[in-house]
Design a protein around this ligand. Structure first.
Ligand code: 1GP
Length: 240
């Protein structure tokens, strides 16, 4: 469990972790080396790969091209079982515990088993919690589940804790890609108060200020995708 143990050690040392989320469908593989150079000059610690609607084989092509170019852990953040690539280091084995759709609570996970058996991927059980963000996001559309309203902080905290008690190793608070508003800071702090496992926060984070605020509120690992897709110079703001 190297990737997970490193996350635990970072949490213990209060070291902040930052993942760039690459959506294989939106990524231009011709620009890959330029892209990896920018990542290596930045404070980014993890590369997450995944998307809500990715064509079969596209993830595999991207991960196998990325792997020889970087030492950073490549972690699959799959929207579907078709996005499992044996060349990655680990996979967030997600269960959408904010939703009540059996397909994303357990069915997709069962479907994934025969594929995972053919890989050496480190499997990290992750409770995935979708939070309302001001607009309907791709996760909501694809999974056909409702996000938890921001007013229901206790429900979010209890959902996260239930995930921990069920044995999840990570909790991911997700506002959704391109969210209008990131997960509220007071919600991050509230959830974090009673949670022992590391907390991932993502969706709608576009500025250094928002990134710093999320860490201050208690996020152990922050995920950013859209801000990099829309503005390649965002990397410069995150130089080491
Ligand atoms: C989405 O949390 C991630 O799953 C990242 O969201 O694209 O809004 O940064 P953004």
């Amino acid at each position: 469990m190297t990737v997970y143990n490193d996350i635990l050690s970072a949490k213990a040392a209060k070291k902040r972790l930052l993942a760039i989320l690459i959506d294989p469908d939106k990524f231009d593989v011709n620009l890959i080396s330029q892209f990896v150079n920018k990542i290596s000059e930045s404070i980014i610690t993890h590369i997450f790969v995944g998307g809500s609607t990715v064509e079969v084989e596209v993830t595999q092509k991207l991960v196998s091209a990325l792997k020889p170019l970087t030492k950073l852990p490549i972690v699959l953040f799959p929207g579907d079982v078709t996005q499992i690539s044996k060349d990655a280091d680990a996979i967030l084995f997600l269960s959408l515990i904010s939703g009540r759709n059996p397909k994303y609570l357990i069915e997709k996970q069962i479907e994934a088993v025969s594929i995972l058996k053919q890989t050496n991927l480190e499997v990290i059980p992750t409770g995935y919690i979708l939070i309302e963000n001001g607009k309907k996001t791709a996760v909501q559309r694809v999974t056909n589940t409702l996000p938890i309203p921001t007013a229901l902080q206790s429900l979010v905290a209890d959902t996260a804790k239930a995930g921990e008690l069920l044995g999840k190793k990570l909790i991911y608070l997700e506002a959704g890609s391109g969210a209008l508003f990131p997960v509220p800071l007071d919600m991050i702090s509230f959830v974090n108060q009673d949670l022992k496992i590391p907390l991932i926060v993502g969706g709608g984070i576009r500025t250094i200020q928002q990134l710093g605020d999320a860490y201050m509120a208690g996020a152990d690992l922050v995920v950013i995708g859209t801000a990099f897709e829309n503005n390649i110079d965002f990397f410069n703001e995150l130089k080491r």
